[in-house]
Design a protein around this ligand. Structure first.
Ligand code: PMP
Length: 408
């Protein structure tokens, strides 16, 4: 949206002499000035370590850090602030669940259900856990539009299914999975559901209680916060039976010579000095998103996505992977131009100041499923405009013509 662009100082940059058109928000989002200012303000005026000091500055830093936890709680509608753990990001959050929940609850013959849509972060930790425990990793198939095949999912759920680990939104095709329906089914067979919300939390209203997710994870940097901060939401009863992943300062209560006792939730999982500035920056990003409203953000993105799908779909020789209508999907659009390598497309677009991703998007099993090795990916966020889509389309048509000349 045009008027929001002014909130993002980086969008004034020029790339290769052209105004920056940033279309890689699925990789990381740009930061509004108020997030950048909040982080600077913290370092300039409130910097101290948290939880330990009785002095004023430490108390101020602690209030800001714990205030950010409250903001996350409200943002995802968690029932209890103790259910919100700060991590480094989605990857770390999933690894914590796999290592601290997995081994205690899985044995040989049990099953972990994932899908072909998953990012490597929501696959490899489960592969390792399956190998460790003798559990079996099973994959939900996709339908022709690239959506989860729900009949296959339902069929594969059985009393041996202990963990269902699925993305809320695909980072390749943008499809939104019906998580509430899936948790309902999974709970009927006694499985817990781990939801990778990396591509959902920045774009859709998320209510972990309505979704009935057992674990819900996301990264701060994709929702306009800084890098190095993320969230692991877990239902209190589940977190309470998990052992901490790391041990040390901050998470202890009493330390003897041979043993120690640990803090209650959420601090028992946050060993060592946390990413204080990161959490505060994430809180500021959430404030920014809430000032617009997540429902508004989702509605605007759906409109721009429909516009982009129609425009891109009209380019001859451009193949879109995944759903080609704007419904039940976000603004992650993956495609190829027939006969042109995606890296060439991305490099040529870069010459025009248009930043898109090309590659396997950390989803190699999905690439094989789609029968490609790489694609171009455009991903939209609330600062993108229809005019930028028009420029992208014009550039793609020019690239197509250039390469066609090259081969004749
Ligand atoms: N899952 C999905 C769906 C993602 O898109 C990403 C980031 N590309 C991740 C997990 C990993 O996130 P991070 O690198 O921030 O840990």
């Amino acid at each position: 949206m045009k008027e929001r662009r002014a909130d993002f100082p980086i969008l004034n940059e020029k790339i290769n002499g052209q105004p920056l058109i940033y279309l890689d928000s699925a990789a990381t989002a740009q930061k509004p000035a108020r997030v950048i200012a909040k982080i600077q303000d913290y370092y300039q005026h409130q910097n101290a370590n948290v939880h330990r000091g009785v002095y004023t500055l430490s108390q101020a830093a602690t209030d800001l850090y714990e205030g950010a936890r409250d903001q996350v709680q409200t943002f995802i509608n968690a029932a209890n602030r103790a259910e919100v753990l700060f991590t480094r990001g989605t990857t770390e959050s999933i690894n914590w669940v796999a290592t601290a929940y997995g081994p205690q609850h899985l044995q040989a013959g049990d099953e972990i259900l994932v899908s072909y849509l998953e990012h490597h972060s929501n696959l490899v930790p489960w592969q390792v856990l399956a190998r460790q425990t003798g559990a079996k990793l099973r994959y939900v198939a996709l339908d022709e539009a690239g959506r989860l095949d729900l009949a296959d999912l339902h069929h594969k759920l059985n009393p041996s299914t202990k963990i269902v680990a699925l993305t809320h939104v695909s980072n390749v095709t943008g499809v939104i999975n019906p998580i509430a329906q899936i948790t309902n089914w999974a709970h009927q067979v006694g499985a817990v559901v781990v939801v990778d919300g990396a591509q959902a939390a920045p774009h859709l209203p998320v209510d972990v209680q309505a979704l009935d997710a057992d674990f819900y994870v996301f990264s701060g940097h994709k929702l306009m916060g800084p890098t190095g901060i993320g969230v692991l939401y877990g239902k209190k009863a589940l977190l309470e039976e998990m052992q901490p992943v790391q041990y040390g300062g901050e998470m202890i209560e009493y330390v003897g010579l041979d043993e120690a006792t640990f803090q209650p939730l959420p601090w028992r999982f946050e060993a060592g000095t946390p990413n204080i500035a990161g959490a505060i920056g994430l809180g500021a990003a959430i404030e920014y998103l809430r000032s617009i409203g997540m429902a508004q953000i989702a509605a605007d993105e759906a409109q721009l996505t429909t516009y982009a799908l129609n425009k891109l779909g009209a380019i001859e020789g451009l193949q879109i992977y995944g759903p080609t209508t704007g419904q039940d999907r976000t603004g992650v659009i993956t495609f190829n131009l027939v006969g042109i390598h995606p890296h060439d497309v991305a490099t040529a677009l870069d010459q025009e100041g248009i930043e898109v991703r090309a590659g396997h998007h950390c989803a190699q099993p999905l690439m094989r499923y789609l029968g490609v090795t790489a694609t171009v990916r455009v991903s939209l966020y609330l600062y993108n405009t229809a005019a930028e889509i028009d420029q992208l389309v014009a550039a793609l048509v020019a690239i197509k013509e250039y390469f066609a000349d090259d081969f004749t």
